[in-house]
Design a protein around this ligand. Structure first.
Ligand SMILES: [Zn+2]
Length: 192
């Protein structure tokens, strides 16, 4: 991702489903849009580890629209969780519906004397999205259900799942908001 000043930075979101949220969205988030075509969805699924070979999945325009729709549900859900609220019943129903399909199947492959994982060969878009919905369901039913947080910087809306043991993570990225906060504290100190 890039800041408004064009500086690249990366956020450890702590969850696959939250990674999808960071691929863009509606309104202000459309400037981040990374999923323009079905091929983009396949490439993202590969880079996120959902499938091993992006050319071996079948994703069409309807899947692209479904990915955008799931992303809006997850965005809304993540913001509500960060505010200490439950997800809406519509969001829960949507997640459950998307998770109905089996997620991409893992297979072992012996290649040149080495065992490799080949996940999601011939999977379709519904299976890819199911993996993401299932990841969200796993979070909401697990010990980190109350760990969806918004960055502590007042001018930053980025969300993450705090998977640290003490649960004390405050920043989207230390290289971005954490260091800005340190600089502000230092300036306050210097001014006395
Ligand atoms: Zn931040």
């Amino acid at each position: 991702m890039r800041s408004s000043e064009g500086m690249p930075f990366s956020v450890v979101t702590g969850a696959l489903w939250l990674d999808l949220v960071y691929t863009g969205g509606e309104g202000d988030r459309s400037c981040w849009e990374a999923l323009h075509t079905p091929t983009d969805v396949a490439a993202w699924a590969h880079s996120s580890g959902v499938v091993s070979d992006p050319s071996a999945v079948r994703i069409d325009e309807a899947d692209l629209r479904a990915a955008h729709r799931l992303r809006e549900t997850l965005w809304d859900m993540a913001n509500r969780l960060a505010d200490g609220k439950l997800p809406t019943s519509d969001a829960v129903a949507h997640l459950n519906a998307v998770a109905q399909r089996a997620d991409p199947v893992p297979q072992l492959v012996l290649r040149s004397g080495v065992l490799e994982l080949d996940r999601g060969r011939n999977a379709d878009g519904a299976q890819v999205l199911s993996a993401i919905a299932r990841d969200a369901i796993a979070l909401l039913s697990g010990p980190h259900a109350d760990r969806v947080k918004r960055c502590a910087a007042t001018d930053c809306a980025l969300l993450f799942v705090d998977t640290s043991r003490p649960g004390a993570r405050r920043w989207c990225a230390m290289s971005r908001c954490g260091n800005r906060d340190k600089a502000r504290t230092r300036r306050r100190f210097e001014k006395g």
